[in-house]
Design a binder for this molecule. Structure first.
Ligand SMILES: Nc1ncnc2c1ncn2[C@@H]1O[C@H](COP(=O)(O)OP(=O)(O)OP(=O)(O)O)[C@@H](O)[C@H]1O
Length: 247
């Protein structure tokens, strides 16, 4: 699954790879108490080009979330290497990995994990405040992002006063406020009804294009996967490209 130079996929020209995965293995050893060993990945090799919006699909338990966590330096493989541009992600110390995540990766999860006692604007500002950015500036940036996700009028609302779709839109703004190059999304629409899921996915697509992101999305929703540049399916420890007619 190597990208050719200047490869065009579904009418979109893909730049050089942003992510390069080589010989990735993940194994959970068995335990004395009787838990059997689990080989999750058995030598994955693939590349994701800059600007791609990739869907990862596969049955429950096939390892989609684990793979996403590894791409974002939240989990380590048993063997193999992952490069993000020139950074060998799999070689980073815990401190370096935290820095890498902070500087380069935005995450969105199935559940928004917004802090309930803070307003939408404060939640979006949080990653900037954690970086030590001046509160006024952080709140200004957060306001601009809330505007971009269509929620300027909800800046003062707490998460509990927003709908599920709105909460995910705030979570997207929070993921992108630090201007990452890589967006990792784990079932971002999995907890939403069809209409809200469609709205959140359309927003994700728009932000992906507007901000030149490379995005990897774990989803069970094959309709949404069809709208991505490529769909990769995890099955039996291997990763295969799914043709969109098949998906
Ligand atoms: N720390 C661990 N120790 C042992 N097994 C684990 C551990 N973490 C995850 N697993 C197992 O690895 C497998 C893959 O988990 P993962 O969450 O990546 O799957 P998934 O494809 O995202 O599933 P789903 O679609 O249900 O969210 C599961 O069978 C899970 O039980």
């Amino acid at each position: 699954m190597r990208l050719k130079k200047d490869e065009t996929i579904r009418g979109k020209q893909i730049g050089e790879p942003l992510l390069r995965v080589e010989g990735l293995h993940k194994k959970y050893p068995g335990t004395r108490s009787g838990r059997s060993a689990l080989v999750l990945f058995d030598g994955l090799n693939f590349e994701i080009g800059r600007g791609e919006l990739i869907a990862i699909v596969g049955q429950s338990g096939s390892g989609k979330s684990t793979l996403l966590h590894m791409l974002g330096a939240l989990d380590a493989p048993t063997a193999g290497t992952i490069y993000c541009a020139t950074t060998q992600v799999t070689k980073l110390s815990a401190k370096e990995a935290a820095r890498f995540r902070n500087d380069h990766v935005g995450y969105v999860w199935q559940f928004h994990y917004l802090l309930p006692e803070f307003t939408a604007q404060e939640n979006v500002a949080m990653p900037l405040l954690a970086r030590g950015i001046d509160r006024r500036k952080a709140m200004q940036e957060a306001a601009a992002w809330l505007d971009e996700v269509g929620l300027a009028s909800r800046a003062e609302h707490r998460p509990g006063e927003l709908s599920g779709g709105e909460q995910q839109r705030v979570a997207l703004a929070r993921a992108l406020v630090t201007k990452p190059q890589l967006l990792l999304a784990d079932e971002p629409t999995g907890d939403l009804d069809n209409t809200s899921a469609d709205l959140v996915f359309a927003l994700l697509e728009r932000l992906h294009e507007a901000h030149g992101l490379t995005s990897v999305l774990v989803t069970h929703n094959l309709e949404l996967a069809r709208r991505c540049t490529r769909t990769l399916r995890l099955a039996g420890g291997r990763l295969e490209v799914v043709s969109h007619t098949e998906a």
